[in-house]
Structures are given as C-alpha cells and as structure tokens.
Design a protein around this ligand. Structure first.
Ligand SMILES: [Zn+2]
Length: 387
C-alpha cells in the first residue's frame, strides 16, 4: 500500500479569483516584504474581502526561512486564530506557512520533529492556501518544508503528507514579476525535481507521467520565459510545470542533487534552484548505469538522439548543461564565486550535511562519504564525473 497526495489545483489566468469563493472570517497571510511592494498581497486581500474574509499580514519570512521565523508566525496565528492561512510568495514563504499551519494545528509537536512517518492528522482549525510567485519549488503542491537550523548551519527537510496545502492557486500573473535570473534558477529547480523524481528509488506509476511532461515543458518554455518575462504563454507553462513537477516528485522524492544542494545552501547560502540545477548533470553522470534506461527515456521525450552503442546519461547531462548555459546558470561551484580556500575549509561540513540528507535514501546510486567528498571536488572544478 502506498499514497499519492495532491492539493486541489486551480490554474491559469484569473485562478486567483478562487479566493473570492472561500468561506470563513479571517485569513492569516504569510508573505515577505517584496510581495507587499509588488502589490500581490493587496490583490489577495481584495479577493478575500469579496468573500467577506478579513486579512491580517505576516510579512517577515526571509529567504531560507529559519525555524525561529516559523515559531514567530505561529505565535501571531495563535493570537488571531484565523480559519485560513494563505501563503503568497516563493518556496521559502510557502514552506514557512506550512510550518506555521502545522504548529497551529498541533501545538504539541515541534516543527523539526515532523517527518513522513508521524502523521499529524487533518487540519481542523485553518485550511492552507498556497499562491506561488515563482515557478520553481512546487511547494504549493508538496508537504515538504525546507527550514534552516541556524545554530547548526544546515537546512533540514521536514513534513509529512498532512502538511500538503489544501488549495494551490497557480496563476501566471503572479509569476510575471520574476527577473530573468530568478526565472532561470527556479526553472532549473523544476527540471531537477522532474528528473530526480522520475529516476528515484521511489518512482511510481502515478508520478512518472507528470514528471516526464514537466521535463518537456521546461526544455520548451524555460528559455522563452527567461528571454522575455512578459511572454504569457511561457510563463503560464512554466508555472504549471513547477506545480506538476511538485506533485510528481513529492510522491516519489528527489535524489543526490537535492542532498548536495541542501548542504551547499546551508553553508554558502546559494539559492536553492541554482544549487540543484548545478548538481543535476553531475548527479546523472554519477548514477549512470543504475538508471540508464530512464535517462534514455528522458532523452527520447525531449527528442535527443542517443546513438546506438552510446550511453544516454552523458548525453542527457550535456543537454542539461547546455540549457543551464542558455539561461545564464553556472556549471561549477567555482563559478558561484566561492574561493577555493573557503570551499576546502567547509568540505567536511558539506559532506556531513549531504550524508545526513534524506534524499540520499531515494538516490538510485547513493555515494558513501568518500565518494561524496570526491563528488563535491569534481563539481567545484566543473569536471564530469568519471567514478
Ligand atoms: Zn528543489
């Protein structure tokens, strides 16, 4: 027996009007100051007011949100007792909102203790709506939350399927404000979810089709959305792809690229999408033969030829490097501007963090500590994996 979990998804232009159909009295809006400046929070409030719902705003979510921020939000929620929690923002905001929602529902459980094997039970106090403003994490559809444990300089993944948002509102208008760099990073995150989810050890019939379709959409539309942020069709497709990949991978999990990216991000504050996209081609090369048929299947889906007698893994890795280059993303850790000394001094920590990451469990070929160290060194230098 297994589960496939997904929220109600409302997508396409004007999807935001779904808010005007909600029933309730008070919404607690979780967001950041940038979303307030962009006018997105006002748009959300306006729709809620049409439903007769008042709003209160918590706009203090930082990038890579900490457990402390979640606790601050929980304290506010406990004061005002809303019947809806509405997250407006990128993955950081949505993950923080999931943590606050869980803490509101179950004050007896600490957010760092929530894991896939300890169900929380259904939400009875407030439902959770997520409105993404980036086309990347798919956090609007997933139960996972990546939160920073500040004292330990690491990011941890928490959550269980009861943390899945109730409603995901995937309205392309909310993605239009992304600058090209953010479009590229978050788009590479979508691709990494889709490729890792399609090839993880938990891959399954329900996720496979979603993930393969998301891969096709990224190759077709990410360069367009990157070059012209006002290309509505490309924006809508990428916004959909992010959510589709989110639903897919949360039911099959990710792999080595995510484990290494969480580790790198915890130590050097590299944006999540940039980090996972950077590790993806190396991950494909490292897993190699363990998933050869699936690399070939992906290559076929995006119309890349794998000549007879050649392996699909290096061809797919190269194709992904070309896409990354095309959208201005780095191909090595060195290119991120991290000096060799800093990298060398942090290598032991990077390896430790990655080895502790749950995503290694679902990696088709998981590295040991020695291989992980070698892997990081290769990625630092931009050398293709040959071991
Ligand atoms: Zn990701």
């Amino acid at each position: 027996m297994w589960y496939f979990v997904a929220p109600e998804v409302v997508y396409g232009r004007d999807a935001i009007t779904r808010l005007s159909q909600l029933q309730g009295k008070l919404a607690f809006i979780v967001t950041d100051t940038n979303m307030v400046k962009l006018g997105f929070v006002d748009k959300v409030k306006e729709q809620l007011s049409q439903a007769g719902i008042e709003s209160t705003v918590f706009d203090a979510v930082e990038p890579d949100p900490s457990v402390e921020t979640v606790e601050k939000g929980m304290a506010e929620i406990n004061k005002c007792k809303p019947d809806w929690i509405v997250a407006v923002g990128g993955g950081s905001v949505m993950d923080a909102a999931k943590g606050m929602s869980a803490g509101y529902e179950r004050p007896d459980v600490r957010v760092e203790e929530i894991n896939p094997f300890t169900p929380l039970g259904p939400r009875t106090k407030a439902k959770l709506v997520c409105i993404p403003t980036t086309s990347g994490t798919g956090a609007e559809a997933t139960w996972g939350m990546v939160l920073t444990i500040t004292a330990e300089r690491r990011k941890g993944s928490f959550g269980c399927r009861d943390c899945t948002p109730d409603i995901a509102i995937v309205d392309p208008e909310f993605a239009l404000a992304m600058p090209p760099g953010l479009t590229a990073q978050t788009g590479m995150d979508v691709l990494t979810h889709a490729v890792e989810g399609f090839t993880s050890t938990w891959k399954n019939d329900f996720s496979d089709g979603l993930l393969l379709r998301a891969i096709q959409i990224v190759f077709q539309y990410l360069p367009r959305a990157y070059k012209n942020g006002q290309d509505w069709e490309a924006r809508e497709k990428m916004h959909n792809a992010a959510c589709i990949a989110g639903i897919g991978f949360i039911n099959s999990m990710c792999a080595l690229a995510h484990a290494c990216a969480h580790s790198l991000g915890g130590v050097f504050h590299v944006p999540h999408g940039r980090a996972v996209g950077l590790f993806l081609p190396y991950t494909i090369e490292f897993i190699g033969d363990a998933r050869e048929e699936l690399w070939a299947e992906i290559a076929y889906a995006i119309k890349r030829d794998v000549p007879v007698g050649k392996k699909a893994a290096p061809i797919l890795a190269q194709t992904i490097r070309e896409l990354a280059r095309n959208v201005g993303e780095p191909l090595s850790i060195k290119e991120l501007g991290i000096p060799q000394d800093d990298f060398d001094n942090s290598l032991a920590k990077l390896v430790d963090n990655a080895m502790m990451d749950f995503q290694l469990v679902t990696t088709a070929r998981a590295p040991n500590a020695e291989e992980t160290e070698k892997f990081f060194r290769y990625v630092y230098d931009g050398k293709s994996i040959d071991f």
